[in-house]
Structures are given as C-alpha cells and as structure tokens.
Design a binder for this molecule. Structure first.
Ligand SMILES: [Zn+2]
Length: 230
C-alpha cells in the first residue's frame, strides 16, 4: 500500500504516538511524507494555569516525538485543552481544512468517534466535515485509531472501536515506545494503558487478531477510489 502524503489529526500532543506512532514510523520509513496536526495545547483541564514553560516543554516533547516518527515539524494549534467544545466546530473544521488544502494528503489518520475524551470525538467530527467529498477534491482514505486510556474507557457509552485495518508494526513498535518516552511527564506505570508494557501488549494482542507479531489497529471510516491524480 502506498500513501505519498499522510496527515495525522489529533487533539493533544502524544495522541499521534499513542494512536498510530508505529504505523507512522513504518510508512515514513517506506517513503511516505507525513504531517501531524495537533489541535489543542494538551495541558489538562486540571491545570489550566500551567506556566508558559510547561506549555513550551510539552510542545518540545511533541516535536521530538514526531521527529522520531519521521514526521518532523508538527503543526501545533494551541487551542484550549479538554475544552475543544468551547471552540466553534467551524473553527476546528477550518483549521483542518487549511492543512488538507495545503498538504493534499491521500490518507488521514485521526481519533475514533466513540472516545471518552470529548476533544477526541470533536476532532473526528472536524476531520469528517473538513474532508467531506466534493467534486474535484477528495482524501482517498480516512482511518480512525484507538487512543489508549480513552477509547477503551468509554465503556459502552458510545460507538465501540471495531477495527478492520491492521498494520504490521513488528519493526517499528520500539520507535513508538521511544517516541512515547519523549513525553516524560505523561509516562505511566503498568497496568496504565499508556505504559510501555501495556502499549506493547496491546500491539501484540492486535497482532494475534491479525496473524502478525505486532499490529496497530484502525477502523476504515471512508475510502474513495477516484481517478488517479498521478
Ligand atoms: Zn488526547
């Protein structure tokens, strides 16, 4: 499968690594160009008055993680964290649209609509709206990923994550874990879903579903087979 340009749209710094880090590293090592768009600043609602050094540190962590995944120079929008619902959906849509127009991706990876975290669900909505198929343009594929400690914690309150795309990440799982370690402040001990051990176990579990050593799983949201643009 070949995607020349891949756009990853996430709500918070670290979601790109948690959700699709190993897949991203695999595709970029195979020659794809990738860009990461992070909508919110990523500080928790519990600490809305975090000093500017904390914000800068988190942005630096994100830059280092994206570099590790072969997608340097993430676009950090800095919208309010855990309060994306206070931003008009139109503003989110326009932010995504601008990147889609500028980067012209064939594949977009984003959050699952059923995540417990509202920012994640809104991000999915914004991507869906920003890429609605219209004559003369169209993103070929849209995949949704799970985000450990959000997707599985919705506990039946929303659409379940039922993946039908599996990417072999046996060669790049370590890169994902290394990228995750760029976010020192977010590191957790097992059995937290974001701990290195739990992330490895999850990849192995999806691997066992799909006959692979290790896999990341996605839901295919939409696929358009138009004329090749060459
Ligand atoms: Zn998030």
């Amino acid at each position: 499968m070949e995607h020349k340009r891949i756009l990853v749209v996430v709500a918070h710094p670290d979601d790109e690594t948690l959700g699709c880090g190993a897949t991203l590293r695999r595709f970029t090592s195979e020659g794809s160009e990738a860009r990461v768009l992070v909508l919110s600043e990523g500080l928790t609602a519990r600490d809305p008055d975090a000093p500017s050094e904390t914000r800068k540190e988190l942005q630096d962590n994100c830059r280092r993680a994206c570099e590790r995944l072969g997608a340097p120079g993430p676009v950090l929008c800095g919208l309010p964290d855990n309060r994306l619902d206070t931003v008009p959906l139109l503003a989110l849509v326009q932010t995504v649209e601008a990147q889609v127009e500028a980067f012209d991706p064939q594949l977009i990876l984003t959050h699952h609509i059923g995540d417990l975290n509202l920012d994640h669900a809104l991000t999915h909505r914004a991507v869906l709206t920003a890429t609605r198929p219209m004559s003369g343009r169209g993103v070929a594929e849209l995949w949704a990923f799970e985000t450990p400690s959000s997707t599985e914690w919705a506990f039946g309150t929303a659409q379940p994550f039922t993946p039908n795309v599996f990417v072999d990440v046996a060669q790049t799982l370590d890169d994902k874990l290394a990228a995750m370690s760029c976010y020192d402040t977010e590191a957790r001990e097992y059995p937290h879903p974001r701990s290195a051990r739990a992330l490895r176990a999850r990849a192995e579990s999806w691997g066992s579903v799909s006959g692979l050593e290790a896999a990341e799983a996605f839901m295919l949201v939409r696929r358009l087979l138009g004329q090749s643009k060459g």
